[in-house]
Design a protein around this ligand. Sequence first.
Ligand code: GLN
Length: 198
Amino acid sequence: MKIGVLAIQGDVREHVHHTEAAGAEAVLVRLPRDLEDTDGLIIPGGESTTIGMLMAEYGLIEAILQRTRAGTYPIYGTCAGLILLAKEVIGFSPARLGLVDIDASRNAYGRQIASFEVALDIPVLGPQPFPAVFIRAPKIQRLGPSVTPLAWHHGDVVMAEAGPYLVSSFHPEMSPDLRIHQYFLEKVKKLHEVAGVS
Ligand code: GLN
């Protein structure tokens, strides 16, 4: 299985490491042609404005949207990646994919200095809490009916999925725990089985 890691800016190396440790091959995606034989895509955290602007400039927004047309191309967006997948972004709105029916607000947990780690209960991963790192994280302010919440922090949804898409406000690649990457790889595998794609 080949998973693309959008390699424009942000935590690319850490996602590559976790993807490979979880058992897939990671492919760096900088240009539309890099998507070619990927089975899914991870959009790392970083700065959503910068990532979105460069994605648009390199033709990646169009290429990814094309790729998702059949509804069987899984994408996992973490932090800035969540913003880039959100249908609406409140306030300052970057160029993005808009594939997930959520409204997000940027930097909703405060500045860099207000970063924190919390042991998060994520039922789909089993009973063991997940060490979730929040860095200038976005908040999901609205979830559409197609979106299933997977984890909460103080009443706010911080991880969710909608069909082939997965989003989290926090950074799973910043802790040694591989379970979210494994969960995403399982999702990719299942979708490809259903779609009859090898
Ligand atoms: N605050 C950043 C943004 O708005 C996201 C932060 C992150 O990805 N760690 O794009």
